[in-house]
Ligand binder design. Sequence first.
Ligand code: GLN
Length: 471
Amino acid sequence: MSARAALATALDRIERYDEDIGALLEVDAAGAAARAAELDRSESHGALHGMPFVVKANMCIEGRIASCGSRMLEGYRAPYTASAVQRLIDEGAVPIGIANMDEFAFGSSGENSSFGSTRNPWDLSRAPGGSSSGSAAAVAARMVPFALGSDTGGSVRQPAALCGVTGYKPTYGVVSRHGLIAFGSSLDAVGVLATSAADVERVLAVISGADERDATSALRAPFEPAPARTDLRGLRVGLPREYFPADLDGRVRQPLEQALDDLRRLGAELVELDLPTTRHAIAAYYVVATAEASSNLARYDGVRYGARIAGDGSLQGMFAATRGAAFGAEALRRILLGTYVLSSGYYDAWYLRALKVRRAILRDFQAAFERVDVLAAPTSPTPAFRLGEKLSDPLAMYLCDVLTVPTSLAGLPAISVPCGCAAEDGVELPVGLQLIGPAFEDARVLSVARCYQAATEHHRRLPPLVAGGVA
Ligand code: GLN
């Protein structure tokens, strides 16, 4: 397909659906058209020739909005381009827009964006998940074949599950974080949202690999997909009991059990096991992640970036007035929490202890991977919830991540793939199957997902809103 034809399709769908969905903060139709024309004229075609994509608003593209979904950076335009995005551009992919997100990637519903909530394409009264809300919704509505997001504690996998798309968080360090605006530097990963694991692999092959601009980037060659597998014979799949509690929501349990049957039918051996530290993961995550966030957000003080409010005219007054007014409620909550757990006298009791729990969680996973090749679990404890439903209860919102944060704390690769739908009030709501692998076994996780998708159709289902209009 020519780059111009692919772009025309994407722009047409954005025009048709995005007024209702609100996935994108900015569309650069003119810039994309110029780039597409240039690509079509060139003799050599890159690996992703002409593929349009959107980028979460916490990743830099020179000259484009990088607001992080926050008033603090409203109107801020990136002075340079993130390494992952540059690699995509170099292989012929065409960035066409900036996707909405929870402010500074804090959230699980998209509702913490300062610029309005994105709506779930499957049911516009529901949340798309978060914090990569716009990226997931844009792919679900087939505006673009793929999008970049960021996953610190689940922000690619959880919205992928709630929007019925495939979402991948690579092993920490496999994709450069250069140009990803930091939330929790030891957890942050650039992730990919697409309509299949095979498409994730094509994108990951381009964006992965060592980058001298990111000191935490792994000194490894770019990702290469594993050969296609026609079945899963010989594969041992672990089912952590803690991820299948007796009171697991029936709307999630039913499609999950079907998916486990499918894995068995494909030849995999299913093994129940325990990851006992799982129950401490949310607590440890909200200590480590807020500690790092409070430190990373210290730079937004009205001096160099974005908003500045004079206050009483003193320097301290300007800092306080700017931060008090331009950060939203969730950002303020996290700065307070993070500053508290790092403060002298509390550091040992909270931050240091959370680091020990983090290490114990990693050891649990390592022990499990001596017995099994991958783990299978739900991605999210529930299907998409209604907009507004959890807004007044931050703890309920934090619990959305109970199944995704352990892997983030351990830095492991994990994917969410659609595995069916739950019917509720006459609408179908997608459910995600999560597959988790050992560190740097990205190719294994993705090849299992690819095999599952070759044998099932769930990832092909479209939200009713777009089903009529998309071939
Ligand atoms: N929802 C989680 C949080 O609010 C995860 C966010 C993320 O991965 N960016 O911290």
